[in-house]
Design a protein around this ligand. Structure first.
Ligand code: GLA
Length: 687
């Protein structure tokens, strides 16, 4: 982030911003005044305009038609609704791809992808870069001083459909990127391990993207390709951003992220924008989708360094792109929205304002449904607008947490390359299992890069970190030496940043810290489980471990390694490093993390620590689906309680419940599926 704290760049919109994507070009102009009036009724304070308007804004190259947008901007300004103006570059119009057919993306297999959907452009296309920056510049010049303009929304969901392109132009760009990284071919040959399978390069022109090959491609080539693709999309963003910044230096600039999205390294991207914004859609078929929502929100807050962020898109009800698009149940819209606010969002926006009547998304919900205002969705939208108004004072406060989960995009890309010991080691699955255990313990987590400053955290978890640099491994080691509590899962520390194995025994970079030596992996069959001596079970993975200074916490009682250690711990001064050699079942993960939190002085559900009260003291069955999160601002702290269960609960809290305005004395009562936000009487002791 370019700014933080009180000097943070933020749109000139008071309190928690509320609104959504507004696509007036899909409707006759005489509907616009009704839109604006209804936005007023709902309390909308900011809308995103023009995301997919390129074809209408620029009917022919260099010929702009801003007339309709002028009128929309004027109407919004008159209603005091801020505009998050899109640069409209996410979907080049048909004239563009017709004129520049080489700008259409090419798949790994060599197929051209055509226009007719959206995002049909090669990120390295010079024609695309020129046309997109020209349009961004024309918009910025046109609206720089317009009173409605509140911030910039560059492009839309970079990489969502086209994260990579294998055309010749991309190949050139890849070679340029590699020259920058390696300097000369000797370095590249060394890094890519090209002595293997006769892959040595003698000329830069021989180096190509990892196109379709007869068998497994070079892993480091594939890894570098993923790094390059993320960087190449970032270059598209930066090109537009720089144009905007030169014309409107004071306006915040964002592009909307997509949470745990594999192709784009958001930790690397976030420092290049002023505000992190995110699109989050729940998966109807996933019973834990509310936990996933929390995880995504925590990740988005974290990539932005803990600063408030914008929930740029979510749905009011069903989407159109899942196999079965479930409508949200009554109350879910509010719960989902306030979950994001609890985890640091200072804006709640939707895709989209008015549900489309044509196009691929006509069955996607909107704030204003096809059926109009006499609908449950509209009533819930209006109620949410009112709720957000009563939470205005929360804006600017920050989420507190003393537990972190290590997250690294390069490690994700690398661990899921092919030719590995087991295809069942899936990065997100491991992170989610760890996150979910903390969530059930009611522990709020931040996500951190492995080389981040960890001194603020009492517990750090490494669900999976197959690839790690020497300096990051040293950072994690120092964290434990300084008294930190670390828990590390199997298949971590295995390779260096070039995907070359660290020799001398696994887990390579963490062998000394963990006090173990692993000589061989014993992955399990698809449905196979193993039993642990403490009654737990493991799946996916086991490994032949010899303690070298670590104590054995529990062992395998069956499976290929019966009698061998399954979980170990090593005391390092006042710090502790745990190692888990299998994919533990959920109750065992929770038990292990609970013990670690307990030892580290982190409050969990039903567990009081010396430094503070438990997060809840209600029975664990009732509380299992209740989350509490604290945001702290200047002299005030806000306790969010979100009840995902179908039972009412009482949670300890004293202060004013902001949604109702009612005092909370000792406890706050939350209805089934309800939410409470308490401005606490006396700020709770941190930690
Ligand atoms: C994404 C896009 C939107 C819309 C929604 C539908 O988030 O950014 O334009 O397509 O999906 O869910």
């Amino acid at each position: 982030m370019t700014t933080s704290g009180s000097d943070r760049r933020w749109p000139r919109v008071p309190g928690i911003a509320f609104g959504g994507d507004y696509n007036p070009e899909q409707w006759p102009e005489d509907i616009w005044p009704e839109d604006i009036a209804l936005m007023g009724e709902a309390g909308v304070s900011m809308v995103t305009v023009g995301v997919f308007s390129w074809a209408l804004l620029e009917p022919a190259q260099g010929n702009y038609d801003f007339g309709w947008l002028d009128r929309v901007m004027d109407l919004l300004a008159a209603a005091d609704i801020g505009v998050d103006l899109a640069t409209a570059t996410a979907s080049p119009p048909p004239w563009f791809s017709h004129r520049y057919p080489e700008s259409l993306p090419v798949t790994r297999e060599g197929h051209r992808v055509w226009q007719g959907g959206r995002q049909a452009y090669c990120p390295s296309s010079t024609a695309y870069r020129a046309a997109s920056t020209a349009l961004a510049g024309a918009l910025a010049n046109r609206y720089a001083t317009h009173p409605a303009l509140a911030m910039w929304h560059v492009n839309n969901e970079y990489g969502c459909h086209t994260a990579e392109c294998f055309c010749d132009v991309s190949a050139d760009a890849f070679r340029r990127w590699l020259r920058e990284r390696y300097g000369d071919l000797d370095q590249l040959n060394e890094a890519w391990g090209t002595a293997f399978w006769s892959q040595h390069y003698y000329d830069w022109n021989e180096v190509i993207p990892p196109r379709l090959t007869p068998t497994w491609g070079n892993p480091t080539q594939n890894l570098d390709w993923k790094r390059f693709c993320s960087d190449e999309l970032l270059a598209c963003f930066i090109a537009e951003r720089d144009v905007l910044r030169a014309i409107t230096p004071d306006l915040p600039i964002t592009t909307n992220f997509m949470g745990a999205f594999k192709p784009v390294d958001y930790f690397s991207w976030a420092p290049h924008e002023d505000i992190v914004s995110d699109d989050h859609y729940i998966l109807g078929a996933d019973p834990a989708n509310h936990v996933r929502l929390s995880m995504s929100a925590d990740l988005m807050r974290s990539v932005g360094g803990g600063n408030p962020w914008i929930l740029m898109e979510q749905s009011t009800s069903a989407v159109n792109w899942q196999p079965r698009n479930l409508a949200k149940l009554p109350g879910q819209l509010k719960r989902n929205s306030l979950q994001h606010v609890a985890r640091g969002a200072d804006a709640v926006c939707f895709f989209q304002w008015r549900a489309s009547r044509a196009g691929a998304e006509k069955f996607h919900s909107g704030m204003l449904p096809h059926a109009g205002t006499d609908t449950r969705v509209w009533r819930e939208v209006k109620a949410l607008g009112a709720d957000l108004k009563s939470l205005a004072e929360v804006a600017g406060s920050r989420v507190e947490s003393d537990v972190a989960i290590v997250w690294d995009w390069s490690a994700w890309w690398a661990v899921e390359l092919d030719s590995h010991p087991s295809i069942d080691v899936r990065y997100l699955e491991l992170v989610r299992a760890t996150y979910e255990a903390f969530w059930h313990l009611d522990v709020t987590v931040d996500f951190v890069r492995p080389d981040a400053d960890l001194s603020a955290y009492k517990v750090v978890a490494i669900p999976s970190l197959y690839l790690v640099s020497d300096s990051a491994a040293a950072n994690l080691t120092r964290y434990v030496e300084a008294g930190g509590h670390l828990v590390c899962n199997f298949f971590s520390g295995i390779v260096d940043p070039n995907d070359a194995v660290r020799l001398g025994g696994y887990p390579g970079a963490f062998r000394q810290l963990l006090g173990v030596r692993v000589e061989e992996f014993y992955p399990l069959l698809e449905q196979q489980t193993v039993t642990l001596a403490d009654g737990g079970s493991g799946r996916v993975w086991t490994e032949m471990l010899t303690p070298v200074g670590a104590q054995v916490v529990t062992t395998y009682v069956d499976g290929p390694l019966a009698g061998w250690p399954a979980v170990t711990r090593r005391d390092v001064g006042t710090g502790v490093a745990h190692y888990v050699t299998t994919f533990l079942d959920a109750p065992s993960t929770q038990r292990l993390l609970h013990g670690i939190c307990h030892a580290a002085g982190v409050a969990t559900r039903n567990h009081k620590t010396e430094s503070g009260a438990p997060t809840m003291n209600v029975g664990s069955i009732e509380a299992a689906g209740v989350e509490t999160i604290r945001r702290r601002g200047d002299g005030a702290s806000y306790l969010f309680v979100i009840n995902h269960t179908d039972r009412e609960v009482d949670v300890p809290a004293t202060g004013i419940e902001l949604l109702s305005g009612a005092p909370a004395t000792d406890s706050v009562h939350i209805a089934a599926g309800g939410v409470a936000v308490v401005r606490e009487a006396a700020p709770a002791v941190a930690g």
